[in-house]
Structures are given as structure tokens and as C-alpha cells.
Write a protein that binds this ligand. Structure first.
Ligand SMILES: Nc1nc2c(ncn2[C@@H]2O[C@H](COP(=O)(O)OP(=O)(O)OP(=O)(O)O)[C@@H](O)[C@H]2O)c(=O)[nH]1
Ligand SMILES: [Mg+2]
Length: 399
């Protein structure tokens, strides 16, 4: 587990060392479909907007980081609660010091040194609730989300159904994990899943199939962790707590994925065109915030220059790839640079470009921070383009 206090004293990716002025866009070939006439001052435009966005996103970031999050892992004995915590956060819950006052029956422990992220762990909830002391009650009052772990090997019991009803009465989002799926033969799985969900009266949308600690001969790695993270992140986003949660996750790249998807989604519905000659402000602000969020997850200090560098490199460097495709496609649809968008076809394309560039910026940032700020520009751009085109493909097939 890492804490802000544990931060290695590594220097931030130094703009002075690794940074160069974004390459001047190479003159695009005269190909009407590839978006010629791309203004050469695009890089300047991006830098200006990103610079402005840097200041405005600081407040939002501070707010996100000042939150408190409480996540409970509940469920019958041996269902896999501790295994879930280990798979998600990479820690042994038993080794974290509980908050004084919590009991053996309901343990409350902080994941981070500042105590902003609390985990609650309790077996068989129904009878525990009657006995909880003040620490337990406070934790339950502050609960943001509940992960209810069921050993689906034996199906659900009446006690579990009752437990779940009591937990739902708390009025918090509850995710049911049908755990130990590895122990069920593949051809019997669907039957087990359907039966268990019916026994528990849970909708499929509120359940994830998991194996938090599978037998090595049955599965190489835990199953369903990505889905659990995605579900929790979506729930926590409502109250702006998803970043704090993401920071605690074991797998940093995977922790960023829901943040990137959510940002791309926001950008695509913003109704703005993040291309040369259009209004960049809204989408650029989303992208700058995303870069800062990704840096937070990787616990790397990021400064304005680094954010500007990543953005201008991937968006304007060379003016190729996805951005170039976007400009070409928009023009082919009748968009004239510098004008307002009115038509649905152009709006839809703009949404695709906004979502794709944001998704690409997120993935490029992950790779940048994973590399310790040492990724070469062409590799950074390649990550961006691959991701942005993948977003486009996904959207096209989703239609
Ligand atoms: N095959 C398999 N075993 C699992 C899985 N998840 C957990 N287990 C095993 O089930 C046992 C109990 O797991 P724990 O994570 O300790 O369960 P718990 O809910 O914390 O248990 P208690 O705290 O005792 O109530 C351990 O031996 C785990 O290795 C899984 O997905 N597949
Ligand atoms: Mg346990």
C-alpha cells in the first residue's frame, strides 16, 4: 500500500530534462480527407487553454482529495472478504491496525495514513449490527458503498438473504460478489449464478462474478476485479470520491481506467469540438483534470508544464493520427473551422472526437507516469492514437 507520506523521493518528471517545445506540426499532405488546412497555431491554442484549465482544475482536485471514503466488505464466514480486500488493495486487512474501539465482529481500519479511506469488515451482518459500538456505528453511518461477498459454490443461504436485506436498508449502493466462481465447472456456472441471484433477490446489474483468490490450477489471476473496481468507481463518482478510492488500489493502471472512461464520457457529451479552429476550452479542462487525476493515482507530483507537454504532444505533435482523422471527418461532414456546430451529424462526430481524444490523453498519461516521465514523444503519441482509435471503434460498434 502506498501513502502520500511514503512517496519515494523521486523527482517529478522534469520538464527541464524531458521536455521540449512541442514539435511544430509538420505540414499535412494535401489530402482533402486527412484534414489539410490545420492551423499551425493549434499547439499554441492548446497550450493556452490548458494553461487556463490548470488553474481552474486545482480547486476541483483539492476538493476531491479532501473527501473521506468508507467501503464495507460484508458477507458470511469464509466467503472471501479478506481475499477481496487483498485483490483490490494489495494488503492484508488483518495487518492494518484497526481504529481503537472497533471489535472483532466489526473491524474498521484506515487504508491510508491520513485515515481518509476507511475499510469496514464484518461477517454475518444481521446480528453484528445490534452489537456495534460507537466506532462501528459511526463507520456504518458514513458508509459510501458496500461489497457483499457470497460464496456462490454452495448457493446463497437464508441468513445471507436476510443479511442483505438489512444491509440494503442502510440505503447505500450494494454490490454483490458471487465469489469462488473458479470452483464451479464452467458449464454449470450460469445456472449457479441465476439461482444465487434469484435466492438473494439481486439484479444482475448489481452483481459481479468473482474469484478473489482462485485455486492456481483453476485460474491464473483473480477474476472480476476490474468489474468490481468499475462498479465501485461509478458509485463513488456521484459524490466525487472516486479519485481517493482509485489512489488506494493495488493496480495503478487499472485504477485509472474508470477515471479515464468517465472523463471521456463527459467530454463526449460536452458538445464541444476539441479540434483546431473550434472551442477547446471545455474538453481541454476535462483533459487537464484527467492528467492531474492520473498523476495522483501514480502519486507523482505533476506540474503545469508536464500537463501542457503531454497534451500538446499527443494532440498537436505532428498533427497526425486520430486528431487528423477527426478534422478530416468533420470537414467531410460539412463542418467549417471556426463555426458553430448545428447539425446532428457533426455533433455526433464531435462527440466521438472529444471522447476519443480524452480517452487517448488518459491512456497516454498512464503510460507517461508508468514510465517515470521518460516515454519518448513518438511512443506517447502512438499510445494516444491507438487508444483514441480504439474508443472510436468501440463507439461505432456500440451503435
Ligand atoms: N477457490 C477459491 N477460494 C477462495 C476464493 N476467495 C477466497 N477463497 C478462500 O476462502 C477462504 C476464506 O477466504 P477469506 O478471504 O479469508 O474469507 P473471509 O470472508 O475474510 O473469512 P472470515 O473472515 O473468516 O469470515 C480462504 O482459504 C481463501 O483462500 C476464490 O475466489 N476461490
Ligand atoms: Mg476475514
Amino acid at each position: 500500500m502506498s501513502n502520500p507520506e511514503d512517496r519515494p523521493p523521486t523527482a517529478p518528471p522534469s520538464p527541464a530534462a524531458g521536455l521540449r517545445t512541442p514539435t511544430e506540426p509538420t505540414a499535412p499532405a494535401a489530402n482533402p480527407e486527412a484534414g489539410e488546412d490545420v492551423p499551425v497555431n493549434y499547439a499554441e491554442q492548446i497550450r493556452m487553454e490548458a494553461d487556463r484549465a490548470w488553474s481552474s482544475t486545482g480547486v476541483a482536485l483539492q476538493h476531491a482529495l479532501s473527501q473521506k471514503v468508507t467501503v464495507a466488505f460484508l458477507g458470511s464466514a469464509s466467503s472471501g472478504k479478506d481475499s477481496a480486500i487483498r485483490a483490490l488493495f494489495g494488503i492484508d486487512f488483518g495487518e492494518i491496525s484497526p481504529i481503537p474501539g472497533s471489535t472483532d465482529r466489526l473491524r474498521v481500519a484506515p487504508l491510508d495514513k491520513a485515515g481518509q479511506v476507511l475499510l469496514v469488515n464484518a461477517p454475518g451482518f444481521g446480528d453484528v449490527r445490534a452489537e456495534v459500538d460507537r466506532v462501528g456505528r459511526d463507520a456504518l453511518d458514513a458508509l459510501d458503498v458496500v461489497v457483499y461477498v457470497v460464496n456462490c459454490e454452495g448457493g446463497a443461504t437464508i441468513d445471507e438473504r436476510r443479511d442483505l436485506a438489512t444491509i440494503r436498508a442502510l440505503g447505500r449502493p450494494v454490490l454483490v460478489c458471487l465469489n469462488k466462481i473458479d470452483l464451479i465447472r464452467p458449464h454449470q456456472r450460469q445456472g449457479f449464478i441465476d439461482a444465487t441471484l434469484a435466492q438473494l433477490d439481486v439484479r444482475p446489474a448489481d452483481a459481479v462474478i468473482t474469484a478473489f483468490d482462485p485455486l492456481p490450477q483453476l485460474a491464473e489471476a483473480p477474476i472480476g476485479v476490474t468489474e468490481v473496481v468499475a462498479w465501485l468507481s461509478t458509485q463513488l463518482e456521484v459524490s466525487g470520491k472516486e479519485l481517493l478510492f482509485a489512489k488506494q488500489l493495488r493496480n495503478k493502471g487499472a485504477a485509472c481506467e474508470p477515471l479515464i472512461l468517465a472523463a471521456a464520457q463527459r467530454a463526449s457529451i460536452a458538445g464541444a469540438l476539441p479540434v483546431p479552429g473550434a472551442d477547446l476550452a471545455v474538453v481541454t479542462a476535462i483533459q487537464v483534470k484527467l492528467i492531474r487525476d492520473v498523476a495522483e493515482v501514480f502519486e507523482v507530483p505533476v506540474d503545469r508544464e508536464v500537463a501542457l507537454f503531454i497534451l500538446s504532444e499527443v494532440l498537436s505533435g505532428g498533427m497526425r493520427g486520430f486528431v487528423r482523422w477527426g478534422v478530416g471527418a468533420l470537414k467531410a461532414a460539412g463542418w467549417i473551422p471556426g463555426t458553430q456546430i448545428a447539425e446532428a451529424a457533426i455533433l455526433a462526430l464531435g462527440a466521438m472526437v472529444a471522447g476519443g481524444t480524452t480517452y487517448g490523453v488518459g491512456q497516454a498519461s498512464v503510460r507517461w507516469f508508468q514510465s517515470g516521465g521518460k516515454l519518448e514523444s513518438d511512443k506517447l503519441r502512438a499510445v494516444f492514437d491507438t487508444a483514441a482509435f480504439a474508443w472510436r471503434t468501440r463507439r461505432e460498434t456500440a451503435r
